[in-house]
Design a protein around this ligand. Structure first.
Ligand SMILES: [Mg+2]
Length: 268
């Protein structure tokens, strides 16, 4: 039997639940990544909006992974590229952390106060306050447009689940405003930016992730094959339950790279 990875020239890798769990490195993951890089071009596609490409690479390097900034595609980078391609350079204000400000500015967008912003770019903000929400409300009432980097409800930490960007987006939804665009997985925007960075057609690229409803579903909509690894959120029995069937299932990234993967259909 052929190696399950033999027909792909590019790989999109989710980070949390695939390479790491919180700050803990998953067993064999750095070696597996090194091996994967000999098989094709690798990009790291993460809904995290708090870190720029530079920040993601720095974080992963500190954990022992060989990652360069240009290989990272966090949702804040997708937001900046999407806005530039679709609307040109915009004046923006962010309800979020450093990653958004950094990538938006690097892309050429202009940071301004909420009263002047054409776009409010929203992501996880661990320093959210009532005053910031009031500023966002005034900007939205004035007609500012609303882009969400992602709507992940929660994410796992060593202390348990904590609120994700979805909680911040939800605060604005609770005030009567829906995001005009959400760019993080499962949105096609993430995959469009990643594929254009790779320069490969979808059928030559494999998405490797741990969540059926974001990594696998989004990649399938974009025409990619998918591999679910069982080191994160989704379990094998969720495949039948959710009806989202990945091309491949493996117990871990290390197993997938060793060729120990089974077709997702087998779980039905
Ligand atoms: Mg994940």
């Amino acid at each position: 039997m052929n190696h399950p990875l033999a027909s792909y020239r590019g790989f999109l890798l989710d980070i949390d639940g695939v390479l790491v769990r919180g700050k803990a490195v998953l067993p064999g993951a750095p070696e597996a990544l090194a091996e994967l890089k000999t098989r094709g071009h690798v990009l790291f596609l993460t809904n995290n909006s708090t870190k720029s490409r530079q920040g993601v690479a720095h974080h992963l390097r500190s954990l022992g992974f060989d990652v360069r900034p240009e290989e990272a595609v966090p949702s804040c980078y997708v937001a900046a590229q999407y806005l530039r391609q679709r609307y040109g350079l915009v004046r923006f204000w962010t309800l979020g952390e450093a990653g958004i400000l950094e990538e938006m500015t690097l892309a050429g967008h202009v940071p301004v106060g909420p009263e002047e912003a054409q776009w409010i770019v929203v992501g996880m903000d661990r320093e959210l306050t009532y005053a910031k929400l009031a500023q966002a409300l005034r900007a939205l009432l004035r007609g500012a447009r609303f882009l969400a980097t992602n709507r992940d409800a929660t994410f796992p930490t060593p202390e348990g689940l904590v609120p994700g960007a979805g909680a911040i987006v939800g605060a604005l939804v609770g005030m009567g405003f829906e995001p005009e665009e959400v760019v993080g997985k499962p949105s096609l925007r993430s995959f469009e930016v990643a594929l254009s960075t790779l320069g490969l057609p979808p059928h030559e690229v494999l998405m490797i992730g741990d969540r059926l409803e974001t990594d696998v579903l989004g990649a399938q909509k974009a025409g990619l094959d998918t591999a679910l690894v069982l080191t994160g959120i989704s379990r094998e029995q969720d495949i039948a339950q959710e009806g989202i069937v990945p091309t491949w299932v493996a117990d871990s990234l290390a197993d997938l790279i060793r060729g120990k993967a089974r077709p997702g259909k087998a779980a039905l």
